[in-house]
Design a binder for this molecule. Sequence first.
Ligand code: FPP
Length: 249
Amino acid sequence: MQGLNLPQHIAIIMDGNGRWAQRRRKPRIFGHQEGAKRVREVVEAAGEIGVKALTLFAFSEENWARPEDEISGLFGLLRHYLETEIENLHKKNVRLKIIGNVARLPESCRKLLIEGIRRTSGNSGLVLNIALSYSGRTEIVDAARQIAKSVQAGDLVPEDIDANLFASFMTTSDLPDPDLLIRTSGEQRISNFLLWQCAYTELYFSDLCWPDFRRSDLMLAIESFSSRHRRFGKIDATAPQISMMTEPC
Ligand code: FPP
């Protein structure tokens, strides 16, 4: 990874588990099982490379509309992941964090998550942030409601509200915004994920379904990121000035 501009925070929409399984004439949960193996692989790789934070979209607020057996299968996989992986994460200095509506999760998962967060709270390596029952719009609405309450209580005045204050009310306020968002399965959408945080995030779309996304594919995404010029709405003062008449965009 030497010489590469490493993203500090990578966010991943792990899409395509269901299609991957269906193409193999297997039940959708088989795709999620293989997907959970890729979670292990990618978390390990991100930690080893020196990425500071990895946010994984594991279950959206909209996913509650899926069939009951798929939902319980997914939370079964999450339970198994937490039961078998927390000690390993702890040994690797990973700190677990959760965003989303945790109160809606099954009690057994909630307990494991709380225990995992407590166990790893002192770690200083990779932050593994799992988005569960998460919606970017709900997160923004919740932040607006909290700010309104602070104004009502007299702790803030409307003139205090700016982008920095707003960001401090988001559930990721302790993390840098994602530098790189990866979505697998060929779909090119953000799908209500980290809407506030991804304002200037570089997007990378892979045609691979998530169960096929390996460590080497993460490296390809990072290489692509590393070759991009980020301008954050400004101009790149280091780039050579090229005549508009002679060079295509
Ligand atoms: C999207 O694929 C994937 C999900 C909704 C679940 C992701 C869950 C895992 C990878 C496994 C468990 C997670 C952890 C953190 C251990 P999809 O089902 O929407 O695929 P499709 O678009 O092909 O139907």
